[in-house]
Design a protein around this ligand. Structure first.
Ligand SMILES: C[S@@+](CC[C@H](N)C(=O)[O-])C[C@H]1O[C@@H](n2cnc3c(N)ncnc32)[C@H](O)[C@@H]1O
Length: 328
């Protein structure tokens, strides 16, 4: 299926001649910047674009960024950038677009067209905000993260929640030590669980286990595609993490995403980086990163949050020789 809209066309843009170093914070429209990054082999590209809300977002009374494109212009804007994202993505890389009810339904069709390999629609459920002002429909309390792969094999580190399930705690809790480790000696020798864990141990160590050796560690259960366990962040000084930049996302959300989709040393690109949350998550987790934003306020906040950063400002780099032609 193909989505059609008024003025649909492939990107034609002059790529920037960018330095090959990382990390990089690029103050620039992400169209030219993404074109200039072609061939970088990112393991994750995370995009948190304007959501097509029709609003203007302010910081300290001044415009931080505007979200005022109509539906056709909005979809065209994202389409062009997604086509360029494919050119910076490693064959085993994945892309996540973070949206809400305004445009996620239409962008999903665009993602089907550009990437095709759908992985998950992750629902990030958040608390907070008034419930009483909504009279005609249910309160809209989740964002949608559209997750797609570039190729048949992609990096996936299954994420686990912090909470060990009640049934596991009931069954194993009193045999486990303070770190949740259960030794072979506490598992009934004749049972199937012992046999299964013993087979796994022998595969790993080429010998049978002793009674005091660890059979397994109790851990939180595998996360499903609805994430409702993350603490919220509000644009208020009461939240230590809040920078004052509008629509800032929680660091724990981005850390979960970066851990799930990349390995240490991998490159993460965020073309709508705002206050730099993704870049900070990548840095804390030992990943390389490149962030792009065209808002001066965003670049200022992001540069403050990141310890070592090379900022490339508008006008500092020239376009490369040849314009980027329509995607293959
Ligand atoms: C939703 S905010 C990103 C928030 C960010 N994830 C955070 O945690 O702070 C969207 C950002 O996209 C930027 N933006 C919008 N259009 C852009 C474009 N064409 N090129 C570069 N940045 C753009 C805006 O300036 C804004 O900072």
């Amino acid at each position: 299926m193909r989505l059609e809209w008024e003025g649909k066309r492939e990107p034609a843009v002059e790529p920037l001649a960018l330095p090959s170093t990382e990390p990089l914070l690029i103050h620039q429209d992400n169209l030219e910047a993404l074109a200039g990054l072609a061939g970088r082999m990112a393991r994750l590209v995370y995009l948190d674009p304007p959501f097509m809300t029709g609003d203007a977002f302010k910081m300290d009374g001044a415009d931080a960024y505007r979200d005022d494109l109509g539906p056709d212009a909005y979809i065209q804007m994202l389409y062009e950038r997604l086509v360029l994202v494919r050119r910076v993505l490693a064959p085993d890389g994945t892309v996540i677009v973070h949206l809400d009810h305004h445009a996620s339904h239409a962008v999903k069709l665009v993602m089907d067209e550009v990437f095709g390999r759908f992985l998950n629609e992750i629902v990030w459920f958040y608390q907070g905000g008034a419930l009483t002002s909504v009279r005609r429909h249910l309160p809209r309390k989740h964002d949608v993260l559209l997750w797609y792969a570039n190729g048949p094999d992609h990096v996936f580190n299954p994420p686990r929640g912090d909470q060990v399930s009640d049934s596991m705690t009931r069954r194993w809790g009193h045999y486990a030590d303070a770190e949740g480790r259960v030794p072979f000696g506490r598992i009934r020798r004749e049972g199937q669980t012992h046999a299964r864990l013993q087979r796994r141990f022998i595969r790993q160590h080429q010998r049978p286990p002793q009674d005091d050796e660890i059979a397994f560690v109790m851990q939180g259960s595998l996360l499903r595609s609805v994430w409702a366990d993350l603490p919220e962040i509000r644009n208020s000084p009461r939240y230590a993490e809040a920078t004052g930049y509008p629509t800032q996302k929680p660091l724990c959300l981005l850390e979960r995403i970066v851990k799930m989709t990349t390995r240490p040393g991998d490159l993460v690109i965020d073309p709508f980086c705002g206050s730099g949350t993704t870049l900070l998550a990548a840095e804390r987790l030992g990943r390389r990163w490149i962030g792009i934003d065209r808002s001066p306020a965003a670049i200022e906040v992001a540069a403050r949050r990141l310890s070592r950063v090379d900022v490339i400002r508008v006008g500092e780099v020239e376009p490369a020789e040849s314009p980027t032609r329509p995607a293959v």
